[in-house]
Design a protein around this ligand. Structure first.
Ligand code: MN
Length: 249
């Protein structure tokens, strides 16, 4: 069974992750195929890219997350198939368990294959598809690449095809919120009793919402001059931290 590895790695008495009981067989034929990206602050931050196929979620771990720039190839390590209901999972996997850490539904939507024979495309290691997500849209490809040693069969590259959704902006950094709850990783960890500090290390150094709300001239005009000076100072030092952090990555 395709989910054997998924079950083997997890203790469902401990982790709140779906046990896969509600399988994809309840889904109507002709229904659109699920697509989801889960931002996962485990031992390392990564983005789990998942496409529904044959009743499971085919899954790849993308360390740097997707890029909208067609000249950027992002490493995507094939990992075990996940159950369909995993697509809705946002929360905390207890430390010490497989994948222990905080999980965010970073993007969600549907996908369409661009090839008639998806199984053949997967076998060949060249899957072309269109995403209809909240953040990711348009044409993409997952292409298997020669990895190193034991990982030789699991290394793929996730690449954006050139179309109207192509961009050089850093979408992972600029849109760090959950696509379903609009929380950052730290907020999800806090609610789920997880390690907030560890989760926050996967969030941007400056909360874009706070940075934005501090910016508009209208709001700024209402703030007393002393408070304004203080908030400017905070913003500056936060932005300095952000720069240092980016440099160290
Ligand atoms: Mn993961």
């Amino acid at each position: 069974m395709a989910l054997k590895d998924y079950f083997k790695k997890r203790d469902f008495d401990v982790t709140p992750e779906p046990s896969g009981a509600a399988k994809g067989d309840a889904r109507k034929p002709g229904k659109r195929l699920i697509y989801v990206v889960q931002k996962h602050r485990a031992s390392h931050l990564h983005y789990d890219f998942r496409l529904e196929w044959n009743g499971v979620l085919l899954s790849w771990a993308v360390p740097k997350g997707p890029s909208l720039d067609p000249s950027v190839k992002r490493l995507a390590m094939a990992v075990e198939d996940h159950p369909i209901d995993y697509a809705d999972f946002e929360g905390v996997i207890p430390e010490g368990e497989y994948g222990g850490g905080t999980v965010m539904v970073w993007d969600t939507g549907t996908w369409e294959p661009e090839q008639a024979d998806v199984d053949a495309a997967l076998k060949k290691g060249d899957l072309k598809f269109t995403l209809h997500g909240k953040k990711l849209r348009g044409s993409w490809v997952l292409v298997r690449t020669r990895g190193f040693g034991s990982s030789s069969h699991s290394s793929w590259l996730l690449i954006k095809h050139r179309d109207e959704y192509t961009s050089t902006r850093d979408i992972a950094a600029e849109e760090p919120y959950s696509a379903v709850s609009h929380r950052l990783l730290a907020g999800i960890a806090q609610k789920g009793g997880g390690n907030v500090e560890k989760a926050a290390s996967g969030d941007p150094a400056i909360d874009p919402a706070q940075a934005k709300s501090a910016e508009p001239a209208k709001k700024r005009a209402k703030v007393a001059p002393t408070a304004r000076a203080a908030s400017t100072k905070t913003r500056k030092s936060a932005s300095k931290q952000g720069q240092q952090r980016r440099r160290s990555v």
